[in-house]
Design a protein around this ligand. Structure first.
Ligand code: UDP
Length: 327
């Protein structure tokens, strides 16, 4: 297959590119590098079946030659990133998704949208099945991401219903692993970085809020299965092993052997209280379920952070002007 991966330089995207190349596919990776850097792709640049195009897909997405599938992952994804790039996040979720769908339509290609557990907002139903319509604050600070992804789902379904595009939607729950940016502000990358440096682990609120953490290799296997499947979704992809943030802090301290204390900081506005996927649909329709436990996945992640990989630390979110966002 020849697969277009938008956001292919990012944490998830670069792992997906690796998996596609490993199984013999051709990959066209489009990324504007606004929250990632070339380090994630450096090892692929010599690969003849891999092509990198630095481009902002909110403006346009044209790919020469055949396209069999489009995996649309492009978006700032960590809360600090989308808070500092609100217009860009809305642009890529709306116009970027429309451009990616247009590409799939022109090529009669399979289209898979990387949606998010954030469409459930601060959920009233627990754990979250796909039937839950969500509980999102449309004007809160997280809304630039949540509503962009909700619009992305809506426009994906519209292209399916009115244009006959072969679409699939996956809702991705918290995912972690090697290639997370140490300063992306997410909880796993922050705790591991802080523990390894002997700095206090910054627990927001009382640490009783929960998340369910999926190791990146499991998640990418789910994405590949969805690309190959004839399944419209939405399908939750995540690990139903639910933990409080406080438990995660203790586990990271144990696995790193760190003497770091815990420092309590205020809970961010609209921080979801609980999050855990129901994955019955993924099991039934994709034959997918995660295999890597949190303990095992964190071990790999700690090892990777310890190895001091080359990081694009300059790749912090870049503010863009209203003009650049096309707004
Ligand atoms: N969190 C925390 N300390 C940090 C970063 C995050 O306690 O340094 C909390 C955050 O408030 C949330 C959870 O960890 O409750 C997961 O945050 P993350 O940003 O990783 O992802 P989210 O699921 O909120 O998008």
């Amino acid at each position: 297959m020849r697969v277009v991966v938008t956001g292919g330089a990012g944490f998830l995207g670069s792992h997906l590119c690796d998996a596609l190349i490993a199984r013999g596919d051709l990959v066209w990776c489009a990324d504007d590098l606004c929250t990632s850097g070339p380090a994630n792709l450096r090892h692929l640049l010599r690969e003849p079946r891999f092509h990198f195009a630095r481009s902002d897909i909110s403006r346009s997405l044209d790919v020469p030659g055949p396209v069999d599938a489009v995996a649309h992952l492009a978006s700032p994804a960590s809360p600090p990133d989308y808070h500092s790039l609100p217009l860009q996040t809305l642009a890529v979720g709306s116009r970027g998704t429309e451009n990616a769908l247009g590409l799939a339509l022109r090529h009669r290609a399979r289209f898979v949208l990387a949606s998010t557990s954030e469409v459930y907002g601060d959920p009233l139903v627990h754990p979250q099945p796909e039937e839950d319509w969500g509980h999102v604050n449309p004007i809160g600070p997280r809304s630039v991401y949540d509503e962009a992804k909700r619009y992305a789902e809506a426009v994906t379904m519209a292209y399916r219903r009115s244009e006959g595009v072969d679409t699939g939607i996956v809702r991705i729950f918290n995912t972690y692993g090697p290639r997370m940016r140490p300063y992306d502000g997410r909880v796993v990358s922050s705790f591991v970085r802080q523990a390894l440096r002997g700095e206090p682990l910054t627990v927001y609120g009382d640490g009783s809020q929960t998340r369910s953490f999926c190791y990146v290799d499991d998640l990418v296997r789910g994405l590949l299965t969805m690309l190959d499947a004839d399944v419209p979704g939405p399908v939750n992809l995540g690990n139903p092993e639910e933990r409080t943030v406080g438990e995660l802090a203790r586990l990271v301290i144990e696995l790193t052997g760190s003497g770091s204390p815990v420092r309590r900081l205020p809970l961010p506005e609209d921080d979801p209280t609980r999050r855990c996927p129901v994955i019955a649909r993924a099991r039934e329709q994709l034959g997918w379920s995660p295999e890597i436990t949190l303990r095992e996945g964190l071990r790999h992640t700690v090892e990777w952070f310890r190895s001091g990989p080359s990081q694009d630390d300059e790749a912090r979110p870049r503010r863009i002007s209203r003009d650049a966002a096309g707004v």
